[in-house]
Design a protein around this ligand. Structure first.
Ligand code: PAN
Ligand code: ZN
Length: 187
């Protein structure tokens, strides 16, 4: 007999794709990350249309809602600008109390974090890795492999994103490929 109390999930999270209502997708190209990479000459030589990453988010409540959550999957394509790996813009949460979980789905990457004293550290991202990003810590992810890196994230709907402070001051270290291996180079 059909049990009318059992509903199909309105959302599907299969491997690195998210399907359902209230799901929004945004693409980031090199043009969207102007001023982010260290090597300006290398940046200028690449096509501004180069796709760096895409984010698919489930946003079931209005931005700013206290107590709500957002869920997102980020796919970063492999590549470099000069020696610097393709990476996300990076941000602090506007509401510094708000932390976030990231977890690796596929590929190989680094989660780069920086606190408000500009101390930087990083964690390896791989399928199954789980990362807790405390409030007040800026975060970005770089793809250090030759294939797509994807990871999922869950953060409070009142976190907000402060990109401006990162655009103005950057991170105090950048992840560069040195003799084939990733190294966090202090600036
Ligand atoms: C993530 C990021 C996502 C893209 O969902 O927003 O990975 O990175 P940027 O937002 O820095 O471009 C997250 O950290 N949300 O809070
Ligand atoms: Zn975040």
């Amino acid at each position: 007999m059909n049990d009318k109390r059992i509903y199909e999930s309105p959302l599907l999270f299969i491997k690195d794709s998210l399907i359902g209502e209230n799901v929004k997708r945004s693409l980031k190209t090199l043009a969207d990350l102007q001023g982010v990479f260290r090597n300006c000459e290398a940046y200028e030589q690449m096509s501004p249309d180069t796709l760096l990453y895409e984010v698919t988010c489930h946003m079931p409540v209005e931005e700013g809602t206290i107590g709500g959550l957002y869920f997102g999957i980020t796919k970063i394509y492999p590549g470099k600008v000069g020696g610097e790996y393709f990476m996300t813009k990076g941000h602090f949460h506007t509401n510094m109390d708000c932390g976030e979980y990231y977890w690796g789905i596929e590929g190989e990457g680094r989660l780069i974090m920086m606190d408000q004293t500009r101390k930087v550290w990083s964690e390896q991202v791989f399928p199954g890795s789980l990362h807790y990003i405390p409030g007040g810590v800026a975060h970005r992810v770089a793809n250090i492999g030759n294939s797509v890196l994807s990871f999922a994230a869950c953060w409070p709907s009142n976190a907000g994103h402060n990109y401006q402070v990162i655009l103005e001051n950057g991170f105090s270290a950048s992840l560069q490929c040195v003799n084939g291996t990733p190294q966090l180079i202090e600036i």
